[in-house]
Design a protein around this ligand. Structure first.
Ligand code: GUN
Ligand code: ZN
Length: 651
């Protein structure tokens, strides 16, 4: 328990499972804030689960403790009895009341003991709420006190403990607070940010989370206190926030405000039926506006819960699709404050790079910030390295997707000198050889729809002394092959691989490079992301060509047999590896003596491997042995010492 399991990811954003004594939370999850007094809670926790699919809640241990009518009930029946709810219940400790009222009337140990007595599934350490305007001294004192209290609380808790991360707007304090919380908490709860969200200071919010993020342990669940507005969910999830909590659905309902993923709308301004959710279908919002106050508030709260739950689902789907950046950009287009948050996020690209996937299914340009996504920044930096020493480049029309286009693109002049071409893409000029790679190859920008319909002209050969009428396709296929191998494996290894005589195969329909073959057999397949993926044969070739530990993940002895038989490599069985690998990349799975067991694609980034106690680290795609037939070198898998390999590559 208390272990976060990652199932799917899109960069830092993740879909996961977090187990509690009252059931597992599927994350990202929205925990509605419920009032411990049923009379003040218009939608009962059971209803939240049944009608809105919100299966876990958060409530205030502090209010429960301080309310004479509630405390004895909670002491006797537990918090689940008080709330009449048998799902996961997180309790908060009172720091928010310190923010709202300037003080609280309970000590940290008192409220900690109370949370244990009432059987909270996730208890929260009583933190010191650090206001965004706090001086550095105040902020440091708040962080220190919070850490001290967490240290006191930890040994007393067998159950799950949320440790708040404070630090105001001081990056170094946020970082230290996150690091200390990571050592003590099961849930790392980033706090002190409600005033930022209330004032739409999303750029400051982004900077606070960016400062904390690298120090937040990947094996813990991350909570962001007060992420109640659905327009912020995608933004928060982008940083790897797993749990949001919301009292916004209720607070906004009290003042007649409707929550949407695109912003807030006052119900009294609404004359049209803009929402057709099931609730608003039953009673249109302009009619809800005229209901008696209590009924009106309940209806608005329910609408708000529905739009919030729908936005969580939207975020989850975007993570599955690898489209969360796009969703965030679309949300940011709804309010300049969110756009400011996104721009501040982009300035922190470095934080995203270690978990930034090698590729995604698609890349859609949604606006001016699309070209600044981490995948683009990384591509352009890598491109500059690749192009170093090549050139000068000439501009080539955008033709690589047209079948046969390469036929008329010369690769050399008559005097043997190489010709270098670059294509003007959404991301600026890109060498022709790299244009099928993610994100360039699958990017859909507005240019796509604004080319006037004219077919691209051929390359401009004026002033070049080339043989006209020559078919250059094979020359280009070779260059393309070498370019991709160098892109992935560096110049030296690419040279060794090319020397093996790999041949490229193009799709007849699209003209794109689709496979690399060795001796007629497929060694690499190339998908829409343009990245060559080794087959078992390809893995063997790589293994003999790439110097240890490049592109390798080392499997612990306990798991060697499983992996060699094609089972996924679990995080806890990883012994080490090449730290430059990223999620989605192909890696060679080896034993401690560098024997090749399998090849697979990373789900986790290397720094997360071994730390995450549960779940898959690498999904195996081809492997050494058939299952249950340990000694049989048959099928697609081939034993080491493959007689089909060239003599200089025999082990
Ligand atoms: N609720 C909203 N913000 C906070 C915070 O910073 N700490 C705690 N404990 N609860 C909160
Ligand atoms: Zn509605």
């Amino acid at each position: 328990m208390g272990e976060f399991e990652l199932l799917e990811r899109d960069g830092l954003a993740r879909l996961g499972r977090f187990a509690t004594p009252h059931g597992t939370i599927q994350t990202p999850a929205l925990l509605p804030v419920v009032h411990p007094d049923a009379a003040r809670q218009p939608v009962a926790p059971r209803e939240l689960r049944r009608r809105f699919g919100l299966g876990a809640v958060i409530t205030s241990a502090y209010i429960t403790y301080r309310t004479p009518a509630l405390r004895p009930v909670a002491e006797e029946k537990g918090i689940h009895g008080l709330l009449d709810f048998d799902g996961p219940v997180m309790t908060d400790s009172g720091a928010f009341q310190q923010h709202a009222y300037g003080r609280i009337e309970v000590g940290p140990e008192e409220i900690d003991a109370f949370q244990r007595r009432i059987g909270s599934d996730i208890a929260t350490v009583l933190d010191v709420f650090v206001e965004p305007g706090a001086s550095e001294q105040e902020a440091r004192a708040g962080v220190d006190a919070t850490i001290e209290r967490a240290r006191t609380a930890r040994p007393l808790h067998r159950g799950l403990l949320a440790v708040p991360v404070q630090g105001g707007l001081y990056p170094e304090l946020r970082r230290r607070s996150a690091a200390e919380a990571s050592a003590l908490g099961d849930v790392l709860a980033v706090g002190g940010v409600v005033p930022l969200m209330e004032r739409y200071r999303f750029a400051d919010l982004a900077r606070a989370i960016l400062a904390a993020r690298p120090a937040l342990a990947p094996e813990r669940a991350v909570h962001l206190f007060g992420t109640g507005h659905p327009m912020t969910f995608a933004f928060a999830a982008l940083f790897g926030v797993d749990l949001f909590d919301s009292s916004a659905y209720l607070k906004f309902a009290r003042r007649g405000d409707l929550l949407f993923s695109h912003g807030t709308v006052a119900i009294d301004d609404l004359r049209e039926r803009t929402c057709r959710c099931a609730l608003c279908e039953a009673m249109p919002l302009p009619e809800v506006a005229h209901l008696p106050p209590a009924e009106r508030e309940r209806r608005i709260a329910e609408h708000n819960l529905l739009t919030s739950a729908a936005e969580v689902a939207e975020v989850r789907q975007a993570i599955r699709d690898g489209a969360l950046w796009e969703l965030v950009e679309r949300r940011a287009a709804n309010h300049p404050a969110l756009l400011a948050g996104l721009r501040a996020t982009i300035r922190g690209t470095r934080v995203f790079l270690p978990t930034e996937p090698e590729s995604r299914r698609s890349f859609r340009v949604t606006g001016a910030t699309s070209g600044l996504r981490p995948c683009v920044i990384r591509f352009l930096a890598h491109k500059d390295g690749w192009a170093d020493g090549r050139g000068p480049f000439r501009t080539h029309p955008r033709v690589p997707l047209v079948p046969g286009a390469l036929r008329s693109t010369p690769s050399r002049c008559r005097d043997g000198s190489e010709l270098w071409w670059e294509v003007l893409t959404t991301f600026g000029p890109v060498p022709l050889e790299l244009t099928e790679l993610y994100p360039v190859g699958c990017a859909v920008g507005f240019e796509e729809f604004d080319d006037g319909g004219a077919p691209p002209a051929g390359p401009d050969l004026a002033g070049l002394d080339v043989e006209a009428g020559t078919d250059w396709t094979d020359a280009w296929t070779e260059r393309h092959r070498d370019a991709l191998l160098e892109w992935l494996y560096g110049r030296e290894s690419a040279g060794a691989l090319a020397a093996l005589g790999l041949t490229g195969e193009r799709s007849r329909r699209t003209g794109r490079l689709r496979a690399l073959r060795w001796d007629g057999r497929k060694a690499f397949t190339i998908g829409n992301d343009g990245v060559p993926r080794p087959t078992w044969l390809g893995a063997q070739l790589l293994h003999r060509t790439l110097r240890y530990p490049a592109k390798r993940i080392i499997v612990q002895p306990d798991a060697e047999d499983f992996v060699a038989q094609g089972r996924s490599l679990f995080s806890r069985f990883v012994a080490g590896g090449d730290s430059s690998l990223v999620p989605g990349a192909s890696a060679l799975l080896i034993d401690a003596d560098d024997h090749l067991l399998a090849v697979g694609r990373l789900l986790l980034a290397p720094p997360e491997m071994g730390r995450m106690p549960r779940g898959v680290a690498v999904r195996v795609t081809a492997h050494l042995r058939a299952p249950e037939e340990p000694e049989e070198p048959e099928g697609p898998a081939q034993a080491a010492g493959d007689p089909g390999l060239p003599p200089n590559l025999q082990p």
